[in-house]
Design a protein around this ligand. Sequence first.
Ligand SMILES: Nc1ncnc2c1ncn2[C@@H]1O[C@H](COP(=O)(O)OP(=O)(O)OP(=O)(O)O)[C@@H](O)[C@H]1O
Length: 391
Amino acid sequence: MNMLRFEHVSKRYPNGTVAVDDLDFEVREGELVTLVGPSGCGKTTTMKLVNRLEEPTAGRILLDGEDISRVDPVKLRRRIGYVIQQVGLFPHRTVLDNTATVPVLLGRGRKAARQRAGELLELVGLDPAVYGGRYPDQLSGGQRQRVGVARALAADPPLLLMDEPFGAVDPVVRERLQNEFLRLQQEVRKTVLFVTHDIEEAVRLGDRIAVFGEGRIEQYDSPAAVLGAPATDYVASFVGSDRGLKRLSVTPVERGDLEQPPVVHLADSMATARERMRADGVRWAVVLDEDDVLHGWVSVGDTPGDAARGGTVAEHARRMEAWLRLGSSLKTAFSTMLQYDAGWIAVLDEEDRLLGVLTPSTLHEALRRSIDADTRSVERSDVELETVSGV
Ligand SMILES: Nc1ncnc2c1ncn2[C@@H]1O[C@H](COP(=O)(O)OP(=O)(O)OP(=O)(O)O)[C@@H](O)[C@H]1O
């Protein structure tokens, strides 16, 4: 079902600038669509048309089948969450009260609104007990953005508009926010229109990407198709020449990529651990705690004396916190490895169970697989296009 539909929408500002020209596209329910393009191509205007901060000069926009020009703008905006780059938190209200703003406006009782706000802060990774009572200027930029996302979700709007929400934070925090947002989106499944000028961000987050050029959509397609088979020269040049690398953002880590080192538990004896490592011909093992949660690793040791190390694994294990979910992108895997300066990263399933590890050499194999797949998928989409035009 289509949640949002643009029908031949144009916007000419009073000074004559045509910011968007005959936009005609739709967004499905629960879909995350990224609008990407260079500065001034009409992305923000497109968003403002949806919550009626601007009115189209031609065409119409349907939300859930309803022409939004017939909906009271204030009521409309309560159905639409809006997250912008400068979050616009109220400086004199606490984080919890900021998050509860819209539910209170919607007439929920203050207590229920605050409880919901607490849950949402939790959901975006901010402990309400720690951060709820703080004021916005007592947060980092990344934390403020998270509060912005929590606040936009607070009214439980079916549609979220996000205009460069992660634009103002440094690249490391940005990637973390993107990952968190993807995880969150899997849980809440909102219909999202997400503006960015960064093709990488568009590719990582989008179920589909609308590539904008000069007020028009040049291509509206899946990330793999935009990267693998750009529709126009404009899209090709915007996507850039390092398509192979960008492809990493859309290639997930798969089970077949993983290595299976020996696994021991904190309570095991060192003698047992050594035996496992010897059996596998390796010098280290992954260590799990009693709940099978990743703890770290233990090695046979580097000096001859180490070989006689006694006691339990718990006494010799070292912490290791770099981990990924199965299905994370190869690019994330690569940057996590660099970020932690780690020789391996644990890969976990949805229930936090260890599935195996990625090492530099298995990662390299996976990169190859990705680039080979890229070549093949371009050929495949060529074939499909021919089939369609031949009908
Ligand atoms: N209120 C306005 N009056 C006149 N022209 C405007 C107005 N707002 C935007 N424009 C123009 O419309 C065009 C599209 O602007 P818009 O803000 O939608 O672009 P954008 O893609 O979001 O850019 P950026 O990435 O820089 O935010 C630009 O040429 C801009 O100068």
